[in-house]
Design a protein around this ligand. Structure first.
Ligand code: GUN
Length: 312
């Protein structure tokens, strides 16, 4: 058997097609487009790639998007100053400070920054107020990867209510919010992590398995109940040919991709899981495109809500 692949690229295109008219309607009412301010500190190559994708997608739906750059040597105070300026500016409805911040900014810098972004402009859904609202099932701004996973499942007609769901990974950004969203859709949810004893046995109970641990090809067929839906959130770029060949197999198309580019992105789910799962999100082309689409959706939602709140 070969799993049905859940096409994140197609679902992300649907969402962008829905966001476009909302952007146009907002721009007509407010006489300005919804605005997103992105702050990038340092020159992390992965962050540069993500930001380029976000800028292109935002421009494609008519959002205003401005990128502010700070050098890796910038201080936390400088960064907080930019966030405060964006908080106070009327042209920005959303603010995104790209993670990770340079280590030199110190432990806890990221949390300090995310806490300072105004909750109404927090298009990442990382602020404690928005996380609290998510817990109570009344959030308007939800972290983009978890909400993207839900869109992908729902628009692919994957049943959630009444299922047993297992989430591997307990990050604030993906694992925890995804588990809560599944719970709100009436799944019975188990959260697992690196210290869970006999992880494969628990994962095998899942009708719906979400892998968000950042360990390439960690989830093997031993974790899968036949026919289960498997959501792969991992995106690890591998450059070691022997490791890649061990995972993707000699003579595979993925190995040819590696030979051409010198690296390949591997998910948390081993490719052989496709033989036992019922449905699977591919990497790339599964969850990743949804994360960007949901950022656009959150930005227009933030703009609409801010406009409403002023009673105009
Ligand atoms: N770095 C990688 N993904 C994300 C994201 O969704 N938001 C932010 N702020 N940084 C990221």
């Amino acid at each position: 058997m070969s799993a049905r692949l859940l096409d994140g690229t197609a679902v992300a295109a649907q969402i962008r097609a829905e966001v476009g008219p909302r952007v146009a309607a907002f721009a007509a009412r407010a006489r300005r487009p919804p605005g997103l301010g992105i702050v990038l500190v340092g020159d992390n190559p992965a962050s540069e790639t993500y930001i380029a994708g976000k800028v292109k997608a935002a421009a494609g739906v008519g959002l205003r998007i401005d990128l502010e750059r700070l050098p890796a040597t910038a201080s936390l105070a400088q960064l907080l100053g930019i966030v405060e300026r964006l908080n106070g500016s009327d042209v920005y409805d959303g603010i995104l400070v790209q993670s990770p911040l340079p280590e030199a900014m110190g432990a806890g810098a990221e949390r300090r920054v995310f806490d300072v972004i105004h909750p109404a402009k927090d298009v990442d859904g990382f602020h404690p107020i928005n996380v609290g609202r998510l817990m109570q099932n009344r959030a308007t701004l939800i972290a983009c990867t978890p909400s993207g996973i839900m869109e992908l499942l729902e628009r692919s007609q994957i049943a959630i209510a009444g299922t047993r769901a297992v989430v591997i990974g307990r990050s604030d950004i993906v694992g925890k919010p995804t588990a809560i969203l599944l719970l709100h859709r009436h799944a019975t949810v188990t959260m697992c992590h690196s210290r869970t004893p006999d992880l494969p046995a628990i994962a095998r109970e899942a009708d719906l398995l979400v892998a968000a641990i950042g360990r390439p090809a960690f989830v093997t067929p031993a974790f899968i109940k036949g026919g289960a839906t498997v959501v792969d959130v991992g995106i690890t770029r591998l450059t070691d040919r022997a490791q890649v060949e061990r995972i993707v197999g000699a003579g595979s198309k993925r190995l040819q991709d590696f030979e051409r580019r010198g690296s390949v992105v591997i998910g948390d789910v081993h490719p052989s899981v496709a033989e036992v799962a019922g449905a699977l999100t591919p990497v790339p082309g599964g969850v990743g495109p949804l994360t960007v689409a949901m950022l656009l959706k959150n930005t227009v939602t933030a703009a609409e809500e801010r406009f409403k709140a002023r009673g105009r």
